[in-house]
Design a binder for this molecule. Structure first.
Ligand SMILES: NC(=O)c1ccc[n+]([C@@H]2O[C@H](COP(=O)([O-])OP(=O)(O)OC[C@H]3O[C@@H](n4cnc5c(N)ncnc54)[C@H](OP(=O)(O)O)[C@@H]3O)[C@@H](O)[C@H]2O)c1
Length: 218
């Protein structure tokens, strides 16, 4: 699959490497230092381009930029209508975590890219942990949660999460995203390692309207 990366830093760069390792074609974009993008391209056998080029190239586009730059990055990428977009962003500004009121960050961002098949994922675990834990096998395989309102887009992203070496677990629509959004806190999966059985228990609790079980420790 062709995947355009907009924001090729810790999360986007790592995800791009994992996708490339699984055999996907990856284009890296959005950096103040284009040579970093070229280094990633050289390392992965992918390519480097502008956000507009990455947006045009990818059947799937992974958006992984600092929160304050989401509008700027999307403006540079151009219309993402018809694309599947994986949003890894978390709502941290210069003053720390931003309270978005009743709206989830996923709802806000999905509204910023009309016509895209929006999926939020790759956002709950640190980049270092994602790099280290990708590809674990058996019972130790780590979960990446996802959510979104487009079932086809979620199925595609779930496949990519598996290709990257994780177990996909769907928490629901963008309205259900708060449980996988910042900040780290009791009652949320954000910032916590989950494996499949405990992640499934979270989803069951959410569906039943019960508080989720305490975060596991392994
Ligand atoms: N780091 C984590 O552990 C983590 C975990 C989960 C989710 N997230 C979320 O994922 C998103 C990306 O985080 P990250 O840690 O990967 O960020 P990062 O390492 O700072 O990378 C951000 C990307 O945006 C580019 N960029 C930054 N400022 C720019 C500017 N002014 N103009 C053009 N390009 C610019 C960076 O390129 P250059 O720096 O090369 O210019 C880089 O390609 C954030 O929303 C974050 O909240 C992060």
């Amino acid at each position: 699959m062709r995947i355009g990366i907009v924001g090729a830093g810790r999360i986007g760069g790592n995800a791009g490497k994992l996708f490339a390792r699984a055999g996907h074609e990856v284009m890296f974009s959005f950096s103040r230092e284009p040579e970093k993008l070229q280094a990633l391209a050289d390392e992965t056998g992918g390519s480097a381009g502008t956000p507009a080029e990455a947006g045009g190239f990818g059947e799937v586009v992974l958006l992984s930029v600092p929160w304050r730059l989401v509008d700027d990055a999307l403006a540079q990428a151009g219309s993402l209508e018809g694309k599947v977009v994986i949003d890894t962003t978390n709502q941290f500004g210069s003053g720390g975590w931003e309270d978005l009121g009743d709206q989830t960050a996923a709802q806000l961002n999905a509204g910023r890219m009309p016509g895209a098949g929006y999926v939020k994922s790759f956002n709950t675990l640190t980049s270092g942990f994602q790099a280290e834990a990708a590809g674990r096998s058996g019972d130790e395989r780590v979960v990446l949660f996802l959510c979104g309102d487009d079932a086809d887009a979620k199925a595609k992203v779930a496949g990519l999460i598996e290709d990257a070496g994780f177990v996909p677990v769907d928490v629901g629509g963008t309205a259900d995203a708060a449980v996988m959004e910042a900040p780290r806190r009791e009652g949320a999966v954000y910032g916590e390692e989950y494996r499949q059985p405990e992640a499934r228990a979270v989803v069951e609790a959410l569906r039943a309207g019960r508080p989720i079980p305490p975060a596991p420790s392994y």
